[in-house]
Design a protein around this ligand. Structure first.
Ligand code: 6PG
Length: 236
């Protein structure tokens, strides 16, 4: 796991966008397509807005969601609402290149299975993402792999559902899928992440984020989050 510390959240967002663009160009050159999955929360949107200004082979890009809250279409809680605003409305992507998690379906278990099927159609069997973008929660969650939820034990499905977390159930990619990604890009900013970032750095398996594969993982963070990290990590 490589950790790169940048000045502030804006620099992190811009650097993340450059890295994603470079990964996209390399994946398309090597395999004809770039398949990435993007987390929700609040941090990613500045990164995705910056990505729309980068040199990306957009026609061959496929964007999946890492997780989604079970909420109505257009709800501000929905990660898709922000994903469409920050990426689709600025980058030359066709709407069908963004694969929304089907969280408005009545049968959510069937919906999770159908999303896993779509992943297989696009990313192969078993599906392999070129890049998984992950955030880090202040309780050590990532994606919607949340503490003490049975979703942490799912080993036979790529997509699963959580119990209620912060007032909503969620649909999420699972460890088996995320840990097959060619590249994991962590984007972690803000003073509230200091403790969990140090535990992530230490590979603390007692937090959900600690169980994400560390080879090919890059953490982009800012000084506010990196206060407790060793001075040895590269400070960009
Ligand atoms: C979600 C996200 C979640 C997020 C972390 C960190 O739907 O809430 O997918 O896993 O990545 O909560 O969020 P921030 O990086 O925005 O703080």
């Amino acid at each position: 796991m490589e950790i790169k510390i940048l000045a502030d959240a804006d620099s992190v967002a811009r650097e993340a966008a450059k890295i994603i663009a470079a990964e996209a160009r390399a994946a398309v050159a090597a395999r004809g397509r770039f398949i990435m999955a993007v987390s929700g929360g609040r941090t990613p949107w500045q990164m995705l807005r910056a990505l729309s200004g980068e040199e990306v082979p957009w026609a061959d890009v496929h964007v999946f969601q890492v997780d989604e809250r079970i909420a109505p279409a257009g709800d501000p809680d929905r990660n898709l609402t922000h994903l469409l605003e920050s990426l689709l409305s600025h980058a030359p992507l066709r709407p069908e290149q963004i694969y929304a998690m089907p969280v408005e379906e009545k049968d959510l278990a069937a919906a999770a299975k159908s999303y896993a099927d779509t992943l297989q159609q696009i990313a192969g069997s078993p599906p392999v993402l070129d890049l998984a973008h992950l955030g880090l929660g202040t309780d050590g969650h990532t994606a919607s792999l949340i503490p003490n939820d049975s979703v942490l034990d799912v080993t036979d499905a790529a997509v699963a559902l959580t119990g209620i977390y912060q007032k909503r159930r969620r649909m999420t990619l699972t460890y088996p899928l995320l840990n097959r990604s060619r590249r994991v890009l962590w984007v972690v900013t803000g003073a509230e992440k200091v403790k969990m970032l140090a535990r992530l750095r230490d590979g603390d398996l007692s937090i959900p984020a600690g169980r994400i594969r560390r080879e090919n993982a890059l953490v982009l963070t800012d000084h506010a989050s990196a206060e407790k990290l060793e001075p040895g990590v590269s400070r960009g």
